[in-house]
Design a protein around this ligand. Structure first.
Ligand SMILES: Nc1ncnc2c1ncn2[C@@H]1O[C@H](COP(=O)(O)OP(=O)(O)OP(=O)(O)O)[C@@H](O)[C@H]1O
Ligand SMILES: [Mg+2]
Length: 499
């Protein structure tokens, strides 16, 4: 048999206090989608960074077509045909789609100038190959997250890469957008591209992938054909144990109204939003991306000032015009975009967990350093945050563990009302179940929770009641006990209630 097109053997990589990878092996065939799975912090992104020349391994070998290579930089990786699809953040917002696709390697005309016409023609062709309709002249800054991701993929495709790597590409996409992405990936596979696909979403693995390699604690567990394994087996390989199914939601009487929202409007974003949130209740907020869910959360949190409408907490009117006022009124927000709004990456786990406290408690004096440490240590334990210690900088934690720090930070403020925006995005399957139980426990303890989520099973299984938004309005309300995926979707698409 001929050598695999891409092979990694004996890869190890350590960071101070963490052995991220130990003796890991991996191989990729042409024309396959190969899933890379593992819990948060298992070493997936680290392996990818090594493959893409962003970090050197401590030991191990990378072979292409059987020949050892040294991938000293991303440029070398590109020359070897290895192309990661970077998150949308790495695009230039002020440039057009075509300019972003060909950034740094624009086609030149015979005068040595950028041949804009040829660039647009080529960009259009790549987009067509991916099966998407986007104008190559459109400015990237005006695109949705999903469209930006298409641009990032088009960029990888346009280099005629042999190996394309996706590290959690669907974590910020809706179901519909993910389906489109799956189609694009299948097309690439059918053209013979080898694809590495990292995701925590099980359905995607079974839908899309040919083989799966599982890492646990930085070690290779196994590589298997997806057709030969069951979901339970895969979960066990990932977490090394069985996961208890989430217990059915206990039927509880809603407590008193904590949050009253009446007629909240903001031009172009929110239209006449009214609802109540009760003590001990988890209210799911569903809808398509762009329906205004995040905007509603930001309006409640004082991050967007509404044009009209009233908010009352425990019967008293609140006028939060800044997040600080919202925090003081008892509202916490775990935002959708962790990297931008939730964390200071260059600071420690402890500093991040203590951060909203500092602002809140400043009128009582400085929070004691010892208390801050104890608080952080408790949350690291409660939320099983994988870090060598509370002094570690957050930027060195894996994606899913950063997510847990954001949640810890808001729990530490002991809010009456906790708003969580896509709480389990990027969180591994074991931790997801734990986070759901944590939300339930918090509600059982009297907290009122507003949970925005695009993950339909999550909305249906965790909420007590579901609100569905469509184009800035509340399109419908459903008790979770007899809500179905179809009923929620029907409201989300503006079709109203079906029967
Ligand atoms: N530059 C770094 N410095 C210190 N530690 C690091 C660094 N990069 C990664 N780590 C650590 O290495 C381990 C593996 O991290 P990695 O990002 O590869 O995990 P992952 O499998 O991608 O997880 P997730 O699913 O959460 O994205 C983690 O414990 C992480 O904190
Ligand atoms: Mg990762």
């Amino acid at each position: 048999m001929s050598a695999p097109p891409l092979q990694l053997t004996g890869i190890s990589k350590g960071f101070p206090g963490v052995q991220a990878l130990s003796d890991v092996q991996f191989d990729l065939r042409a024309g396959e989608v190969h899933a890379l799975m593992g819990e948060n912090g298992a070493g997936k992104s680290t392996l990818i960074k090594i493959l893409c020349g962003a970090q050197p391994p401590d030991s191990g070998q990378i072979l292409i077509d059987g020949a050892p290579v040294t991938i000293g930089s991303p440029v070398v990786a590109g020359k070897l045909g290895i192309s990661p699809v970077h998150q949308e953040l790495s695009l230039e917002p002020y440039l057009s789609i075509a300019e972003n696709i060909y950034l740094g390697r624009q086609p030149l005309n015979r005068f040595g100038l950028i041949d804009r016409r040829q660039m647009h023609v080529a960009a259009r062709k790549v987009l067509e190959e991916l099966g998407v309709v986007l104008d190559p002249h459109a400015i990237v800054g005006r695109l949705s997250i999903a469209e930006r991701q298409v641009v990032a993929i088009a960029r990888a495709v346009s280099t005629r890469a042999r190996f394309i790597i996706f590290d959690e590409p669907t974590s910020s996409l809706t179901r519909r957008e993910s389906d489109l992405l799956m189609q694009m990936i299948r097309r690439l596979r059918d053209q013979g591209v080898g694809i590495i696909y990292i995701s925590h979403r099980m359905e995607e693995i079974f839908d899309l992938c040919d083989r799966v390699t599982v890492l646990r604690d930085g070690r290779f567990v196994a590589t298997r054909d997806v057709a030969d394994i069951t979901l339970d087996e895969l979960v066990r390989m990932i977490v090394g144990r069985n996961i208890a199914a989430v217990a059915p939601r206990p039927q509880t009487e809603p407590g008193q109204v904590v949050l009253e929202v009446r007629g909240l409007s903001k031009r172009g974003l929110l239209k006449d939003i009214s609802f109540d949130l009760h003590r001990g209740e988890i209210l799911g907020l569903s809808g398509l991306v762009g329906a205004g869910r995040t905007e509603l959360a930001r309006a409640l949190f004082g991050d967007i000032v509404p044009d009209s409408g009233k908010i009352r907490i425990d019967g008293a009117p609140v006028n939060s015009r800044t997040p600080r006022q919202a925090i003081a009124a008892g509202i916490g927000l775990v935002p959708e975009d962790r990297k931008e709004q939730g964390l200071v990456l260059a600071q420690s786990v402890m500093a991040n967990i203590g951060m909203p406290q500092l602002g809140f408690l400043s009128r009582f004096g400085v929070i004691g350093a010892r208390r801050e440490r104890q608080l952080a240590e408790r949350y690291v334990q409660d939320l099983a945050i994988r870090t060598p210690g509370v002094d570690q900088n957050v930027m060195y934690l894996s994606g899913g563990n950063q997510q847990r720090v954001v949640i810890a930070k808001w729990l530490a403020t002991k809010p009456k009302i906790l708003i969580v925006d896509e709480p389990t995005r990027g969180v591994d399957i074991g931790a997801k179940a734990e986070l759901h139980m944590l939300l339930r426990d918090l509600a059982a303890g009297g907290m009122a929770i507003l949970m925005i989520s695009s993950d339909m099973p999550e909305v249906l299984s965790v909420s007590d009641r579901i609100l569905v938004m469509h184009q800035g309005r509340i399109a419908g309300e459903l008790p979770a006990a007899n809500a179905t995926q179809e009923a929620v979707m029907s409201f989300a698409m503006g079709l109203g209630s079906r029967g």
